[in-house]
Design a protein around this ligand. Sequence first.
Ligand code: DWN
Ligand code: SAH
Length: 400
Amino acid sequence: MCAGPVREWVDLGRQPVSNAFLKPEEVDSETFFRLAVGICADCTMVQQLEPMPTDNMFRADYPYRSSTSAGLRSHFEEVARQLRDTELTGVDDLVVEIGSNDGIMLHTLSAAGVRHLGVDPSAGAAAAAVARGVRVRVDFFDERSATEILATDGPAKVIFSANTVSHVADIDTVFRGVDRLLTPDGIFVFEDRYVSDIVEYAYFDQIYDEHFYLFAVRSVDAMVARLGFELVDVERIPIHGGSVRYTVARPGSRERRPSVARMVEEEARYGIGEHETYLRFGRQIERIRTDLVALLTDLRDAGRRVVGYGATSKSATVTNYCGIGPDLVPFICDTTPEKQGRLSPGAHIPVRPYAAFSDPYPDYALLLAWNHAEEIMAKERQFVEQGGRWILYVPHVRIV
Ligand code: DWN
Ligand code: SAH
């Protein structure tokens, strides 16, 4: 958390742990918290006001598996190839990944014989990575673990992280760890969702317990400078509805690319970091809630079958903010075995195996994994061909 005063932006109400899919006997012992984000008046960093303790979230049974999406698999294979070709060129160079999950990125580097280590506290996901030949330390990345890794493995030429740095409220310890571990000319590359896209497209469901920070280039620039590093490059990438890849180095060790100043200027023009920009967002998401509940209620009353597609973390925010339960969406289908047979957090919608989707096809599918829309819609052509329709809810509610 940064030291400046944080002004509240949006309150999404009482929310559960987004990846705590429940066994039926667990429904009465759920943990809830107030999900609200605000903006730091000093550095413009968007952040939660009341963080959920991390050990409630990233436990041995954390069910998310990155490799369930073909789009993500090919994205991270490309990331691995790029890192190998441009940075990991020495025979003994070490790459460390923070939040390596099921090895979606590192397995390519492991297969290429690159010295590597994944760090991830979620033992189940780590076991999946190990099964693919990836070396993993089941741990949180912080100053303590980084110091130990330095002692056992030596310094890292590249530290990589995707969709994880924003998850750590105590960001200072992550950067102190990077400071310990990184070679003098090494780089720390991380990817994360872009707050500008979240605001522009009303992706309110990208706000949930795990996403403690929502990054803008300006706020990351200020953050890394405060922590003794320099932001040297930024690149927009089309992952999860819009993300940015940040490249961070020790001050003066790398040339600062013009992309950084360019994106900071774009953000200023768009009003990122200004409170007024965020007020629009609040009105937009209230409209989404009203429209989505009205649509699902009408469909139910007309006897139509609606099924949820993709038991995402994001869907915890949507269902709980909108008050959508099994009466409106009787079940969600998902390919992740760890989520199947469980109830969705807070809303208690049953999660069924993927096969339930076509047995028989519903009339409508609420696309909760909208960030994988292209991949899913291509895969599910038959659903549409036999008369099925998709319901999308960001940036506004519509049937396609
Ligand atoms: O930042 C985070 C990202 C990387 O992953 C984490 N905080 C948690 C997680 O967020 P998410 O759960 O919103 O991620 P996804 O990738 O949108 O989840 C997709 C879900 O949909 C998975 O449970 C798998 C499922 N799925 C499916 O059933 N059929 C996905 C695809 C592509 C499919 O065809
Ligand atoms: N990098 C993957 C996984 C993102 S999900 C991807 O982009 O798809 C976030 C992951 O970060 C989870 O596997 C979680 O267990 C891990 N994580 C959370 N806090 C962490 C920390 N402090 N250090 C290392 N990993 C962490």
